[in-house]
Design a protein around this ligand. Sequence first.
Ligand SMILES: Nc1ncnc2c1ncn2[C@@H]1O[C@H](COP(=O)(O)OP(=O)(O)OP(=O)(O)O)[C@@H](O)[C@H]1O
Ligand SMILES: [Mg+2]
Length: 416
Amino acid sequence: MAACGLDFGTSNSALALPSGQVLPIDPPADEKRLFRSVIFFPEGEPVTHTGAEAIAHYLDDGEGRFLQSIKTWLPSAAFTGTQIRGRVFKLEELVAILLRRVRTRAEEACRHSLTEVVLGRPAVFSTDPALDALAQGRLEQAARLAGFTQIRFLIEPIAAALAYEAQITKDELVLVADFGAGTTDLTLMRLGPERRTRADRRPDVVASTGVYVGGDKFDAAIMKHKLLKHFGAGTTYREMGQRLPIPPHVVNKLLSWHEMAFIRERSTQELIQRMLKTSDNLPAIEALHDLVMHNLGYQLFRAIEAAKVKLSSATETRLKFDDARVKLDVKVTRAEFERFSKPLLDELSACTDRLFAAAAAQGVGEAQVDAVFLTGGSSQIPAVRELFRERFGDARLRSGDAFTSVAEGMGRAARE
Ligand SMILES: Nc1ncnc2c1ncn2[C@@H]1O[C@H](COP(=O)(O)OP(=O)(O)OP(=O)(O)O)[C@@H](O)[C@H]1O
Ligand SMILES: [Mg+2]
């Protein structure tokens, strides 16, 4: 059998066989069934590293280009490719590098070739239909470049629903909520043993919505509310005889790791040099300088993510970082994390409202929901779970493997 299901995630990818078995595809990783969707092109070497190996090489010797959250560029018409080691890589080629690596690793694990794929896509790549089609078209092209010859798409939360369906013994109306790194996807779907064998499951989907809120934005919230002041936010410097605040465009770029690289352009470098001479908070500008010029953004965001993960089980943690002149030891409590995550939680609520508005148009109401299946790494954030516990009650909440249920469902969908 040559079929499989593949979940190409913003931060993690996974591949499953039609049996639902999720294959080990990243031997050096702690969790071998998860492949980190990152690429590292070391400077001056003709090799390309992916997954856990890419992270190890990048942290070991950061010279080169490190790419992450590549999936989020798929609906961007402005991003067509990037120059690496003197040649332009199209976005499709970058995605193909990851998909090919996943495919060949999986083939080694199951010892047969994999050419047919059910490939995941978020419920909504973009609310603009043209950009949504662009994103899916690029993903399809990438899958072809990666060696898949038959490609079908399935919405990620539907796949998660199919994984949940394998556990149930009676028909249920289920809200599946997949909280990833880039997006949250919600789908209301009829599931059950009777329906499991039907070839076309589209009529079982009552409604589906999605929003660009995921773990990356929760990380950015920690940066914004707890750390920016350590990198110069709120400080002033002297320019032509007057004191000016640090420009917001510089500060805002610190909120995501891949934007940070843009600060290294010459005009900002010159500004940082001026601030180093006249700032009213020199240590903060020195930290900003080293963060940007020593390329410490990835490591800093790893520390932020680790603190966030810690807050899923502890009520407070310390976010520590010590490299060059960036020295942080900041206490973060779960209560404050929840306070500054409120706008994100509100967006998740609004997305759930939109789902049920669409369902109401088909005569289906919230009271009829039998179960709420929470999956995706960010479903482990207590405030996210609480949002759904409050709305639907504890008795209706279900969960499975947060990181592999989408891939498992993709695999099951590849059975037909
Ligand atoms: N214990 C935890 N608590 C909170 N967040 C967590 C935890 N473990 C992982 N995460 C977050 O979960 C996210 C990764 O989840 P997942 O693998 O489901 O995303 P993905 O499938 O790559 O993304 P997407 O589905 O949006 O493309 C990351 O943002 C990570 O920081
Ligand atoms: Mg996902």
